[in-house]
Design a protein around this ligand. Structure first.
Ligand SMILES: Cc1cc2nc3c(=O)[nH]c(=O)nc-3n(C[C@H](O)[C@H](O)[C@H](O)COP(=O)(O)OP(=O)(O)OC[C@H]3O[C@@H](n4cnc5c(N)ncnc54)[C@H](O)[C@@H]3O)c2cc1C
Ligand code: FES
Ligand code: FES
Length: 1302
């Protein structure tokens, strides 16, 4: 009675009785095995960080089947006799990295590295799948389509995948470090052994005896088992388990304990796919991937190909590989899951064979199945039958549709549909019209419309009537999000389907009657122009990221990978669910302490000598735990500490906080309310931006004015792949060591010391690397580390926490939402003369770093010459979650505000926005007026020439005409193109460094900056290599390979400051340069004395012998004034908007970015692309929704959609401009971390252009006047938002118009 499996070739045998059947494979891997390469990021099947290869041996066929699964959803007991391969198992630093790892490194496709092991395994599996055929570029693009990456922007990842494709043109591959035309070989024959021989000999079924986990081998056995469970006096609770992927959606299921877990995947009848003359019968546990493969095989039935194509959009491949068809239908039937499977099979006329303990075997139509009462726990779906339609005489039309934020899957549909129609001579004989996922109990057939259409010739009028009827049937339930949008999709899909049958008298020459055919996404392609600057070799070289292969193999150690110390405990946060309330007490549901809980740590546990401080920064301190009153939803009330992370998380879910709101003022939940109640934070005068010129004068000079126009901007969540985490370990003499995933070790250090009330020399914060920060691990990491420290101090045991995704999303906050009111004056030419702004910023309940936001907004907004500029900022103190500084904080909003104003001016003058942009671009003189000293020297101002240069290189003018022509001849798709400039001021700040040379000539470097994925360590290594290389002794050329940058340790490197603001890499490089210059000075006399050439190693030996101090530390302080400089970039984006769904495809983006003399162009390229795609998320995709009290509702990968491979620009061209020497900057370099994020505004602006065209057309159909041209496209411009502006009733309006002109 044991569970036997292998991981990376290593055998594991566990006694079944020792395994909790609800244990996931991920939990075993991360907490009980030495293999930490599998990462936890979402825990719900939505990100791919935990993907492993699962291999199963079939003793009958004697073959091994390999496929990916998400280990966070796979139950450990399900993998009996299976073999698991993680990225570390493909290759590693000890046995040699796998080619995949090296390609990821060579293509600069790993930044923070947290996603890379999952990506590597996904790619490996795709390569295995294609073993019989050739791996193509198309497959390469799909290989990682379900994996999320928040850093790279995907382009380099796709290129790394494509590099394995047989049909790739090597010239087409993106920028990489491999010699031209020669990639390191991939020997497909020399495959990793995914299934060790020894396991084959151990294949036997487990006799689970009395254990809760059992795997019956036949239907009869299962029936007996279920019967016995039902007959049991206590009514044993039973869970049927197929792939268990449903727990990704129904998360409460994970904490539920069942008496019996019945694995139904070994029952032969339920695993088979049988074809007969009437159709195909598919066993309920057949995985969706296998269903797809089988349907594609059965070529005689055309309908099946379409079903398969639709099924490929269900979830990601690693879910389809384990999730079953039956499981999906049961979720839809029992729990109203918005299933695609149910909808498409409903239209295809499927039926379901059920085995019920009470009713025996029965066959029902899928429709009856869905409409019936929820399936009982003991009922079983045995098989699903899909009939053939092809044998019938008349013509059949079949199509399926889905509108979802991501075109290729990994996103639930807003609405899905499938239609089957039997037609003869364009007459509908009968049809089946199924709709689902729109906020309905289950997929439905629109019988009324079916009946109406049957026997009819399709004309515009018939279709109009059908659509009216449809409106009565496809009605989302009250409370469904985007209700009107969802309903509006149904007519669009119906119209698309029947359009080809419309009898029309006057076919149009201008395409007005022609339906633009849906086209598959064009393949991704790209180009990169990257200047290599060898003046300061090896600085300026596109060196691959330090440790990239280690990250790919998963061996790179993040905080949660540090093995748990003995006696380690785990914490989970209990947060407030009320915005402003007294906390009366904390208890647990059912008044019993949940399993494994040892303590609930609150403010009362802060040591007497300490203070309740969770954050200490230059602007003050903030509380760690709520005391008597909570100030906002999501505020930390307590940390529940338990023996495992799972127990801690479960307990936090079960916690009940008793609140009281009597005698309290109502909470402040809007900026308007905050202003009314004068609830404002002070902005220090030196941080308040400066006005420019005289706006009253500017206004009086204007020919036109737009007064009091309003813009609102929401938030964005960081979505770093590694959530907040810390490990606190009590040490001797009342001291403490905290491993913290943070961007601010120095401030975490002060916070912990202040909270515990111990001197700072008794605290030590260690940070090796961070799995993505984007600002979210600056202030927001401090309370996480401090809470662990308080718990560890109180319990005198190590305490760690790895905050789960939901809690992270609810507690961490994001960008600052704001309300902007502006008045702008301008001439008839479009020249703007004055801009006045009032900006209300929601800072939340505590200040954090919000005081920096006003100057950042204005810094980016000043990219245009507004003539005169005045503003009034109010930093509102509300009872909402405190906001954090997220990559380009304030700057991205400033950029957007500027563009929204430009667009408004353009609309009101009926001029092109591009004309208004150009006319208002700065001259150097106006730049100097707006930015003062920050403007630098005249030759440094490259923006206006970049504007023209990109215009030429992107063919802007020509493409504007092409877009115009496209829009004239297409009615259901509209295109837009836009060119947007950016200016982004950054400031340098003090940063420390230390460089030490060891006796063998290797070098160790410490810096204040943290490696977040931005390539800081790589640039630092290059700088050390360059500066020490000035000694010019033999061997210094290879010095970079001898340099190791080590973790940040606040007791070793003090004054580490913080990592943020885009300049930490430069600052750290400057510090290292100072240290190396000191070493060079100390070593130079030895070289001079030697009188001839000397090798590096010899030099160091002599230095050791003569006791030369070979360790130098320094603090770089930016002495030059100004410490600020400006970054410039321009982007052109072209988009295509589908007016039926509101979906926007970014067809092309061209970027020109001034990197100065780049310290490492490969790293900077990665920053530019990654930041741009993160900006794309902000502008187009990432809906951050809260309830009226501020509770974040988009708290999972199901609801919060960051960009994926299929949402980035299809053609992505980046050119880095080498803008030459600037004495005052670090080797003339410029920042690249944050500024390029702003360039994504070009996509939003292009979308607005397309929407404008759609609105023009709609107005023409409706015969209304021009005033509606003045509109604002909100951020993010999601599908519902775009569709609403294009007209929710667009199809109806079109049909009406058409019938009126006919
Ligand atoms: C990230 C993610 C994204 C997804 N996106 C989509 C999507 O876009 N569209 C879509 O349609 N689906 C989507 N799904 C759902 C997915 O298809 C299902 O999770 C999967 O098919 C369920 O199969 P399973 O074998 O894992 O079921 P399980 O999780 O094992 O079972 C599901 C439920 O059904 C019961 N059950 C399972 N099999 C049977 C049976 N034969 N008889 C009776 N009861 C049974 C189980 O007891 C359980 O209650 C998504 C899932 C995930 C995790
Ligand atoms: S952690 Fe498993 S898919 Fe995200
Ligand atoms: S490198 Fe992909 S998430 Fe950071």
């Amino acid at each position: 009675m044991s569970l036997v499996f292998a991981i990376n070739g290593q055998r594991f045998e566990l006694s079944l009785s020792s395994v909790d059947p609800s244990t996931t494979l991920l939990e075993f891997l991360r907490y009980q095995s030495p293999f930490k390469s599998v990462k936890l990021s979402c825990g719900e099947g939505g990100c791919g960080a935990c993907v492993v290869l699962l291999s199963r041996y079939d003793p009958v066929l004697q073959n091994v089947e390999d496929f990916t699964v998400s280990s966070c959803l796979t139950l450990l007991c399900s993998i009996n006799h299976c073999s698991i391969t993680t990225s570390e198992g493909l290759g590693n630093s000890r046995d040699g990295f796998h080619t995949i790892h090296n390609r990821f490194s060579g293509f600069h496709a790993s930044q923070c590295g947290f996603c890379t092991p999952g990506m590597s395994v996904s790619l490996f599996s795709a390569l295995l799948d294609s073993s019989s055929s050739e791996f193509t570029v198309l497959e390469a693009e799909k290989a990682v389509s379900g994996n999320l990456c928040r850093c790279t922007g995907y382009r380099p990842i796709v290129d790394a995948c494509k590099s394995f494709a047989a049909d790739v043109d090597i010239e087409d591959l993106g920028f990489n470090s491999f010699c031209k035309n020669s990639l390191p070989p991939f020997d497909s024959e020399k495959r990793v052994c995914s299934f060790p021989e020894f396991l084959k000999d151990e294949m036997k079924s487990i006799d689970s005896g009395m254990h809760p986990w059992c795997s019956p081998g036949s239907v009869e056995e299962l029936q007996r088992l279920l019967g016995a469970c039902k007959a049991n006096r206590d009514g044993l609770s039973v869970k049927l388990v197929a792939g268990n992927t449903s727990t990704g959606y129904y998360k409460d299921e994970r904490d539920r304990h069942y008496d019996k877990y019945v694995d139904i995947t070994r029952i032969p009848e339920m695993k088979e796919i049988r074809e007969n003359q009437n159709g195909v019968e598919i066993g309920a546990v057949v995985t969706i991937s296998k269903v797809i493969a089988a349907l594609i095989e059965i070529r005689v039935e055309k309908l099946f190909g379409k079903l398969a194509a639709h099924m490929e959009k269900i979830a990601a491949r690693f879910i389809r590989n384990f999730g079953s068809i039956g499981g999906n239908l049961v979720m839809a039937q029992r729990k109203q899951f918005p299933s695609d499977m149910a909808t498409i099979l409903l239209a295809a006329g499927a039926s379901v064979n059920i085995m019920s303990l009470s009713r025996g075997l029965e066959k029902v139509t899928l429709e009856q199945f869905l409409q019936g009462p929820p399936l009982e726990d003991y009922d079983l779906v045995l098989t699903i039958e899909i009939p053939f339609w092809h044998h019938q005489s008349s013509e059949f039309l079949f199509e399926t549709y889905r509108a979802a934020p991501r075109p290729n899957g990994s996103a639930l549909a807003y609405l899905n549909a499938a239609f089957l129609a039997q037609v003869k001579d364009r007459m509908v004989i009968n049809c089946r019209l199924a709709f689902g996922a729109y906020g309905t109990k289950h997929a439905i057939r629109c019988k009324e419309v079916e009946e109406f259409l049957s026997g009819k010739l399709i004309t515009d009028n018939v279709l109009s009537e059908a659509i009216t009827l449809l409106g009565k049937s496809v009605v989302p339930q009250e409370g469904t999000s985007n209700l009107a949008y969802r309903s509006s999709l149904a007519p669009g899909f119906l119209f698309k389907f029947f359009h080809s049958l419309i009898i029309t008298e006057k076919p149009s020459s201008n395409g007005y009657y022609h339906l633009d055919q849906p086209k598959p996404l064009p393949m991704l392609s790209s180009s990169q122009h990257v200047p290599i600057n060898d003046e300061y070799f090896p600085v300026g070289e596109p060196v691959t990221k330090s440790g990239a292969s280690l990250q790919a193999s998963g061996e790179a150690v993040y905080v949660d990978d540090i093995p748990a110390p003995a006696n380690c405990l785990y914490g989970a946060f209990i947060y407030s669910t009320k915005p402003y309330a007294k906390v009366k007490g904390i208890s647990f549901k059912e008044n019993s302490v949940p399993d494994g809980v040892l303590a609930v740590i609150s403010y009362k546990d802060v040591p007497k000598a300490g203070q309740n401080i969770g954050l200490k920064f230059s602007f003050g301190t903030e509380p760690l735990f709520a005391e008597d009153i909570t100030l906002h939803v999501g505020q930390c009330i307590a940390l529940v500490v338990a023996d495992t992370q799972r127990h801690a998380d479960t307990a936090a879910n079960l916690a009940v906080v008793e609140y009281e709101t009597e005698d309290l003022e109502p909470p402040i939940l809007s900026v308007e309310d905050a202003v009314k109640k004068s609830s404002l934070f002070e902005i220090y005068p030196f941080l308040y931006p400066q006005q420019v010129g005289d706006t009253s004068k500017g206004m009086s000079e204007a020919d036109h004015r737009i007064l009091s126009s309003e813009i609102r901007l929401g938030s964005q969540y960081f979505f770093y792949m590694e959530t907040q985490t810390a490990l606190a370990v009590p040490d001797e003499d009342n001291s403490i060591v905290v491993y913290s995933s943070c961007q601010t070790p120095q401030y975490v250090h002060s916070s912990v010391a202040a909270c515990l009330g111990i001197p700072e020399n008794k605290v030590r914060i260690i940070t090796r690397r961070v799995g993505g920060g984007f600002g979210g691990k600056a202030v927001k990491a401090m309370p996480v580390a401090t809470a662990c420290a308080v718990a560890a101090n109180k319990l005198q045991r190590p305490v760690r926490t790895y905050v789960n995704r939901k809690t992270d999303m609810i507690m961490t906050g994001g960008r600052h939402p704001m309300k902007i009111t502006y008045s702008v004056g301008f001439k008839s030419t479009g020249k703007i003369t004055a801009l006045e702004l009032e900006i209300l910023i929601d800072a939340g309940a505590t200040l954090g770093l919000s005081m920096l936001i006003p100057s950042n907004i204005i810094g980016a907004l000043k990219k245009y010459n507004w003539g005169a500029l005045s503003f009034d900022f109010k930093l509102c103190k509300t009872n909402l979650l405190s906001k954090a500084i997220m990559r380009a904080p304030g700057d991205v909003q400033g950029t957007y505000i500027a563009e929204a104003i430009i667009e408004n001016v353009a609309s009101s003058l009926s001029l092109e926005a591009d004309t208004i942009r150009k006319i208002n671009l700065h001259t150097y003189e106006s730049l100097a007026l707006f930015y003062k000293d920050g403007a630098g020297e005249p030759h440094e101002y490259t923006l206006s020439s970049m504007w023209d240069k990109l215009g030429v290189s992107s063919n802007f003018e020509e493409r504007v005409s092409i877009v115009r022509e496209f829009n004239e001849s297409n009615i259901w798709r509209k295109r837009g193109i836009s060119r947007v400039p950016i200016i982004y001021p950054v400031s340098m700040f003090a940063t420390p460094g230390r460089v030490s040379v060891l006796s063998d000539g290797t070098v160790v470097v410490e810096v204040g900056g943290i490696e977040l994925g931005q390539g800081l360590w790589t640039k630092v290594k290059q700088m050390a290599g360059y500066t020490l290389g000035l000694l010019q002794c033999d061997g210094t050329e290879e010095l970079v390979d001898k340099i190791r940058v080590v973790q940040s340790d606040t007791l070793s490197m003090v004054q580490g400051n913080f990592t943020g603001g885009s300049t930490t890499s430069e600052g750290s490089c400057a510090a290292v340069r100072l240290c190396c210059e000191t070493l060079v000075k100390r070593l130079k006399p030895l070289i001079d004395k030697s009188g001839g050439p000397i090798s590096w190693n010899n030099l160091i030996s002599q230095a050791y012998a003569q006791s030369v101090n070979l360790s130098a530390s320094d603090l770089y302080t930016p002495e030059e004034t100004p410490t600020q400089y400006l970054n410039y970039g321009v982007a052109v984006s072209e988009v295509d908007v589908d007016l039926v769904t509101g979906h926007t495809t970014v067809l092309q983006t061209d970027i020109l970015y001034d990197s100065g003399k780049s310290l490492n162009p490969a790293v900077d390229l990665g920053q530019i692309e990654g930041a741009f795609v993160q900006g794309l998320g902000f502008f187009m995709l990432e809906e951050y929704i809260t309830d009226s009290e501020g509770l974040v509702l988009t708290d999972s990968t199901w609801t919060y959609k960051i960009p994926t491979v299929d949402t980035i620009p299809r053609q992505f061209n980046v050119e880095i401009l080498n803008s030459g020497r600037h004495e005052k900057r670090v080797l003339s370099s410029k920042a690249s971390g944050e500024p390029p994020l702003l360039l994504a505004a070009s996509v939003h602006c292009a979308t607005r252009e397309a929407v404008k065209e759609a609105r023009k057309q709609l107005r023409m159909w409706k015969g209304v006047n021009d005033s509606e041209l003045m509109f604002q496209l909100p951020v993010p411009a999601t599908m519902p938002v775009v569709k609403e502006l294009c007209g929710l009733d667009i199809v109806e309006s079109y049909l009406e118009w058409k019938s009126s002109v006919n």
